[in-house]
Write a protein that binds this ligand. Structure first.
Ligand code: HEC
Ligand code: HEC
Ligand code: HEC
Ligand code: HEC
Length: 413
């Protein structure tokens, strides 16, 4: 009897603690009065009404590195030379840089060597606040208009109205692909909670996507689920490929940047910790509390990004992050070498006159699978941190399939 009472007491004491752990501190303290911004897209004009948020937004122009990330425009070929081989025959073997701040998104897109005269307007979709209006007025032709032509009417890189309603300043998603894909999963984003919106606004862009074949409409492949295996199944069904690898002649797929999908099955994601909890911590200036609008590595702000929930000291937390990232990166590089060998083994087999065509097909399917799971981790921007279990699991699947591809190719003649 006494025991069960004290259990009850402990449970009652734990509830607020648990709530604190997932929801964190006093959000409602952030006081702002909404101003109707009309059709304004220029962040500087919004900034006159919301100076604290705008000042922190301008800091996206500054660049600095962390061990595994950072916001300097640096070619991925320096730290990951093997990707040049894996993406051979595709734009990502010509130009592939580390990502940087939101204020550079438009400039970096237009400067990319992957962009040419035939690049469709679709590629503007995650780069500017002009996009929702353009889709509204142009309809389907927005996606098929050449990017360079579309760019003439686009002035601003990612800004306020990509995430905020211009009238109420409430968080809002405007990306049709996100709304549509969530609908197909039975989720109505207009009914999302405030905490969900603190992730959904990011999920508009930080995701895996593809362009529909003829219409070039940006589409999120989510009907089978959000795990890499579900999305692989989706693409298998439609026999989708992005390009043919010139050595193995396999129809390859490029993963984009699946931060939202990766987060959604992680410890933090399932505990309800949003992207904004870590990436847009609360700051204070002149006694006023506001959300940081500098979207960068949370390792630069661990006191307000992590220690709001975690009681451990910063050095310990950072060591946990680096441990995950180092192990993930080591494994990622090892796997990429075996995938490269698999492409070469298939190339060699294809040149043999006695080759068994069925075995080659099998080996090609396996190398596609291997590279898919490898790229799920390589293209995701946290180097394993967002979901350490999924990252290592994906790399194991990749390794297994790369070895099998090699073995079958070597035994095909
Ligand atoms: C409209 C599309 C869009 C939305 C919405 C968006 N992002 Fe981004 N984000 C991008 C693009 C594009 C880049 C890369 C820009 C570049 O490299 O030029 C990027 C880069 C980043 C970076 C890397 C910055 C660096 O220093 O390397 C972080 C962190 C980030 N976003 C976090 C977020 C978070 C958190 C949210 C939600 C609160 C969010 N983003 C919402 C498109 C978007
Ligand atoms: C990538 C998405 C994104 C962009 C772009 C963005 N915001 Fe925010 N903003 C957020 C999120 C998330 C919050 C937190 C809202 C919450 O918790 O209710 C927020 C909160 C705010 C708030 C409420 C007070 C606060 O600080 O929490 C204001 C005001 C605001 N933003 C202004 C702006 C302005 C001005 C711009 C453009 C210079 C901008 N935002 C661009 C995502 C964004
Ligand atoms: C629990 C905290 C946490 C949550 C939640 C979280 N992130 Fe991260 N994110 C991190 C850490 C830590 C890194 C690694 C930064 C580094 O290596 O310096 C990172 C890295 C990133 C990067 C690369 C940053 C760079 O500098 O290149 C992007 C982009 C990003 N996260 C977007 C997101 C998005 C979008 C979400 C939500 C779907 C999200 N994150 C949820 C902590 C978090
Ligand atoms: C809003 C609350 C919240 C924030 C902010 C937060 N975490 Fe967590 N974190 C949790 C919860 C809840 C768990 C799971 C239960 C536990 O281990 O306490 C967790 C688990 C972890 C784990 C162990 C599980 C894993 O995935 O490896 C690490 C490491 C971690 N967090 C690091 C960080 C770092 C680093 C940051 C800041 C960049 C951060 N967390 C920000 C709530 C948070």
């Amino acid at each position: 009897m006494r025991r069960s009472k004290s259990y009850l007491l402990i449970i009652l004491l734990l509830i607020p603690l648990a709530l604190f752990a997932i929801g964190c501190s006093d959000k409602n303290e952030v006081a702002t009065v909404a101003v109707d911004m009309g059709d304004e897209l220029d962040p500087a004009v919004w900034g006159k009404e919301y100076p604290l948020q705008y000042d922190s937004y301008l800091k996206n122009n500054e660049m600095s590195k962390t061990d595994f990330s950072g916001s300097e425009k640096e070619s991925k070929f320096i730290s990951e030379p093997e990707i040049k081989e894996l993406f051979k025959g595709y734009g990502f073997s010509i130009d592939y840089n580390e990502d940087r701040g939101h204020t550079y998104a438009l400039e970096d897109l237009l400067a990319s060597k992957r962009v040419n005269e035939t690049t469709p307007g679709s590629c503007m979709t995650c780069k500017s606040p002009s996009v929702p209006k353009l889709i509204e007025t142009m309809g389907a032709s927005y996606y098929t208009t050449p990017l360079r032509e579309l760019a003439k009417d686009v002035k601003h890189s990612i800004a306020c109205s990509n995430c905020h309603d211009s009238k109420t300043n409430e968080l809002k998603v405007s990306q049709p692909a996100f709304i549509d894909a969530m609908n197909k999963r039975g989720i109505d984003v207009t009914k999302a909670s405030k905490q969900e919106m603190r992730t959904y606004v990011c999920g508009q862009c930080h995701v895996e996507y593809y362009l529909e074949k003829d219409t070039k409409v940006v589409t999120f492949p989510w009907t089978e689920g959000l795990e890499p295996t579900n999305i692989e199944a989706y693409y298998d069904k439609m026999e989708f490929s992005d390009w043919e690898h010139p050595d193995s002649k396999a129809g390859m797929r490029k993963v984009q940047h699946p931060e939202f999908e990766t987060w959604s099955t992680s410890v933090h994601g399932t505990a309800g910790v949003s992207c904004a909890d870590c990436h847009m911590p609360y700051m204070r200036e002149d006694g006023k509390k506001f959300s940081s609008h500098l979207w960068t590595s949370p390792l630069k702000t661990m006191d307000v990004s992590c220690q709001t929930c975690h009681t451990q000291d910063q050095a310990w937390l950072k060591e946990r992050v680096l441990n995950t990232q180092t192990k993930t990166f080591d494994q990622q590089v090892k796997v990429s070498k075996v995938i490269e060998e698999a492409h070469q083994a298939i190339k060699k087999a294809l040149a043999e006159s006695t080759v068994d065509k069925n075995k080659i097909k099998e080996a090609q399917a396996l190398v596609v699978k291997a590279q898919w799971y490898w790229d799920w981790v390589a293209a995701e921007n946290s180097r394993g941190f967002h979901n350490p279990v999924q990252a290592l699991n994906s790399l194991t699947t990749a390794m297994e399939n790369a070895y099998k591809a090699k073995e079958i190719a070597n035994s095909s003649y």
